[in-house]
Structures are given as structure tokens and as C-alpha cells.
Design a protein around this ligand. Structure first.
Ligand SMILES: *[C@@H]1O[C@H](CO)[C@@H](O)[C@H](O)[C@H]1NC(C)=O
Ligand SMILES: *[C@@H]1O[C@H](CO)[C@@H](O)[C@H](O)[C@H]1NC(C)=O
Ligand SMILES: *[C@@H]1O[C@H](CO)[C@@H](O)[C@H](O)[C@H]1NC(C)=O
Ligand SMILES: *[C@@H]1O[C@H](CO)[C@@H](O)[C@H](O)[C@H]1NC(C)=O
Ligand SMILES: *[C@@H]1O[C@H](CO)[C@@H](O)[C@H](O)[C@H]1NC(C)=O
Length: 385
């Protein structure tokens, strides 16, 4: 696409510390523990490979991406898929690219739908910049980003650290994002943007896999541009007719959950599921399984836990087979990333909540020097049977 034609100009006006002009931005770095390894690059603080064992104890790469890390620079400048990256400063959509904090109104780039909304942090989001490597050990890696005041129109300096860790018995990966505003109140809603396929491309689609969202009792209703209308829709006690297929509170196949509630011309899943923790649990409880996914092809299961209030799930409705899989995945039989060929899982807070104070979510999305910090924590636990 068109987003990065102005990069030479940007590099003239933004400090080098933000652009991270280091040649290591696409150097792959791996962390490992028994039964799991994960590889990252600094460009977008991005997960590029994640190997876990299938039911035959064969390691399988369960995330979408490229073998050649240089391809991510091309992706950033063209299709901007967000494969495996961090998205920010504000993930997902902001209606009209506009929000208010106190008496100040801010405008950020409206980089989607012909200028009707902002998506994933604007024109140069956190997916497209080179993060600084802060620390790397055998099982853990941390990238840092100092985002200057006014970048992409957001107020104030924001320092972010993202730490990925892998652990054994059971094999799991944690992603922890911490964002610290230094001087002004700012929206801060960062997320990971990993495209998963726990069947490791044994099948052309993931539609036959089983998905279970035990606490996803509601979704955030969106309009034809996938921007929240303000309504929150119950999936378990619907007042709407017909009943939404998006009720995954009991396990069912992904294919049984496709709906038209994902924007104009879309039939699939691209929705923010609200994680309604039970009344005995803390509001940000991290012990409950929020998502369970099973692939009958590899036998791999994945369980997600998070402190976030919702999870955006996108079942690759817009993928069309034009991008190839990584070489190790092609050995499974499927050569390309197809429509419905993956699931993006983005643990995050309620989308566009900064424009819906009536939801009572502002203290989870707007942070300043006089508040707590933004923390997005998620764990991906793997099994095979
Ligand atoms: C990120 O680093 C790569 C490789 O060094 C470089 O080509 C690219 O221009 C950098 N991107 C930005 C936004 O600075
Ligand atoms: C990660 O594990 C896979 C499967 O065992 C292996 O092929 C690959 O070399 C490992 N990656 C690194 C960088 O150790
Ligand atoms: C959308 O944002 C523009 C500024 O970018 C503003 O002039 C306009 O009033 C906003 N429209 C709505 C409907 O809020
Ligand atoms: C889906 O999985 C079931 C049970 O494993 C199998 O019988 C069926 O053939 C699969 N269907 C497709 C389309 O893969
Ligand atoms: C949603 O699923 C739950 C659990 O299976 C069920 O109790 C409830 O009736 C379902 N609601 C609708 C509207 O399908």
C-alpha cells in the first residue's frame, strides 16, 4: 500500500532513537525452553517463528510469517499485514481518528477506510518501527521503544518495554507489554498481533478446529466499517434475531461460528469478544483460561490467559492465498495463507473505548505520569493429544 512513501522525510524529523537506525533490526534472535522455541526481530518487536511439539513430538511452527526477515521491511512498506508485531500506540480502530482527553481534542492519522478511522496506531505504527534490543537471555527477550511526544499525533512521551518469555512443563510463552507515559495523559492500548495456525497448515483452513471462549458472553457491536456503534451485544442472552453464531461459550468448530457481524462484505470472525470474568474473579484475573483452541490435525492445543478485558479475534477473512507459508510449514501440505487459514488473537482492552466513556473503561486505556502504567499480559500454553 501507500503508507511509507514519506519515510525519508520522517527520518529527517524524528530522532534516531525512535527510528532505531540500527542494522540489527531484522537480525533473528531466538529464545527456547524444553519443547518450545520462539524467534523475534526488532522491526515491530515481532515474533517470526514459534515451534511447539505436535502429538508425535514433532516440532511445528504455529505462527504465520516469512522465512526471510528482510521480507518484513517490504511488508511494512506494502501490504502492512502486522504479522507477529506489536501494534500501538493504540491498537485497533479509533473512530474518525479523533479523541478527547479532558478539554483537549486530538486527531491522529485516519489511515483506513479512505480517512474515516485510524487503525493500529496510524501511518507509522509500532509495527513499522525498529525497536531497541534491551535484553536477551536463553528464555527471554525484551525490546524497548521510546515514542516521542506528538508522534502520529498522540500526546506525550511513551516508553514501552515488551518482554517475551518461554517456559517448559507445560510449554508456554508469555507476552508482557508495559507502557509508561512520562509527561502527558495519552491513550495507550498496545497489543500483540500474532497470526496463529496450530494445525501448522496441515489443512487449507482452520475451520475444522475447535474454539472455546468460556467467558466471551458479549461482543462489541460494530458498524459496516468495523467501528464500535456503542452497543454491547449479548451472545448468550440475545435480544437480536437471528441469534449470533459467535457464541463460543461452549466449544464448537470455528466454521460453525462465522457471521456477517464483521463489517461490510465480511463473512467470518473479526470481532472484539468481551471477557466477562465471573463475579468471584478479579477484574483482571490472569488464571482463568479465556481461549481454548484445538487442531485435530496436529493434536496441538492452545490455551490463552490474559489480564485484558477483551480479545479481538480475526479468522483471516481477508487472506487470499497470495502469501506463501514458511518452508517448514509447506511440508505440511498447504503452500499459502488462505482465506480462513489462520486466527489472529489480540488480547486488548475494549476497542475505541476512549470514545465511549459510558463503558467505564477510560482508566484502562488512558494513562499519564500521575496514573499506573499500561500493562498487557498474556500467556499462550501449548499441549498435544
Ligand atoms: C529499520 O531498520 C531497517 C534495517 O536496518 C531499515 O532498512 C529501515 O529503514 C528501518 N526502519 C525505520 C522506520 O527506521
Ligand atoms: C527451533 O526448533 C526447531 C524445531 O526443533 C528447530 O528446527 C530450529 O532450529 C530451532 N530454532 C533455533 C533458532 O534454535
Ligand atoms: C472528524 O475529524 C475531523 C478532523 O480530523 C473533524 O473536523 C470532524 O468534525 C470530525 N467528524 C466527526 C463526525 O466527529
Ligand atoms: C473435520 O474433522 C473431523 C473429525 O476430526 C473429520 O471427520 C472431518 O473430515 C474434518 N473435516 C474437514 C473438512 O477437514
Ligand atoms: C450460548 O451458548 C451457551 C452454552 O452452550 C448456551 O447456554 C446459550 O443458550 C447459548 N446462547 C445462544 C443464544 O445460543
Amino acid at each position: 500500500m501507500r503508507f511509507f512513501s514519506s519515510l525519508p522525510f520522517l527520518s529527517a524529523v524524528l530522532p534516531a532513537s525512535f527510528l532505531g537506525n540500527n542494522d540489527d533490526a531484522i537480525k533473528p534472535l531466538t529464545i527456547s525452553a524444553q519443547g518450545i522455541n520462539a524467534t523475534f526481530i526488532g522491526h515491530g518487536a515481532r515474533l517470526t517463528h514459534l515451534f511447539v511439539n505436535d502429538r508425535d513430538e514433532k516440532p511445528r511452527d504455529v505462527v504465520v510469517g516469512y522465512d526471510d526477515p528482510a521480507q518484513y521491511l517490504i511488508d511494512t512498506a506494502t501490504s502492512r499485514t502486522f504479522y507477529g508485531s506489536i501494534v500501538g500506540r493504540y491498537a485497533n480502530r479509533i473512530k474518525n481518528g479523533t479523541f478527547a482527553i479532558g478539554h483537549s481534542t486530538y486527531h491522529v492519522p485516519e489511515n483506513e477506510h479512505g480517512g474515516l478511522n485510524s487503525l493500529h496506531g496510524g501511518t507509522l505504527g509500532y509495527d513499522g518501527v525498529n525497536w531497541t534490543l534491551a535484553h536477551h537471555s536463553k528464555s527471554s527477550i525484551t525490546y524497548a521503544l521510546l515514542d516521542p511526544s506528538g508522534s502520529e499525533g498522540f500526546p506525550g512521551v511513551l516508553q514501552t518495554y515488551v518482554t517475551y518469555t518461554v517456559l517448559a512443563n507445560p510449554a508456554r510463552m508469555t507476552a508482557r507489554i508495559v507502557s509508561i507515559p512520562f509527561d502527558q495523559a495519552t491513550p495507550a492500548m498496545l497489543s500483540t498481533h500474532i497470526y496463529w495456525n496450530i494445525g501448522a497448515f496441515s489443512q487449507p483452513t482452520v475451520l475444522n478446529d475447535t474454539l472455546h471462549l468460556p467467558y466471551a458472553n458479549r461482543i462489541i457491536e460494530v458498524d459496516s466499517l468495523s467501528i464500535p456503534t456503542g452497543a454491547l451485544e449479548s451472545l448468550i442472552y440475545p435480544w437480536s434475531d437471528p441469534v449470533s453464531p459467535l457464541n463460543f461459550t461452549s466449544p464448537k468448530t470455528i466454521g460453525a461460528g462465522l457471521s456477517d457481524q464483521c463489517g461490510a462484505g465480511c463473512h467470518g470472525i473479526d470481532n472484539a469478544f468481551i471477557l466477562d470474568r465471573p463475579t468471584f474473579a478479579a477484574a483482571d484475573d490472569t488464571t482463568l483460561p479465556m481461549l481454548n483452541w484445538y487442531s485435530p490435525d496436529t493434536g496441538i492445543s492452545m490455551t490463552v490467559r490474559t489480564n485484558q478485558g477483551s480479545v479481538q479475534i480475526y479468522n483471516c477473512v481477508g487472506q487470499d492465498g497470495s502469501v506463501g507459508n514458511k518452508a517448514s510449514q509447506q511440508q505440511s501440505g498447504v503452500k499459502t495463507v488462505n482465506k480462513y487459514g489462520c486466527l489472529v488473537i489480540e488480547p486488548q482492552q475494549w476497542i475505541d473505548g476512549i470514545n465511549h466513556p459510558e463503558w467505564g473503561q477510560l482508566d484502562k486505556q488512558i494513562f499519564g505520569p500521575d496514573t499506573g502504567v499500561m500493562q498487557n499480559w498474556a500467556e499462550y500454553e501449548f499441549g498435544a493429544y
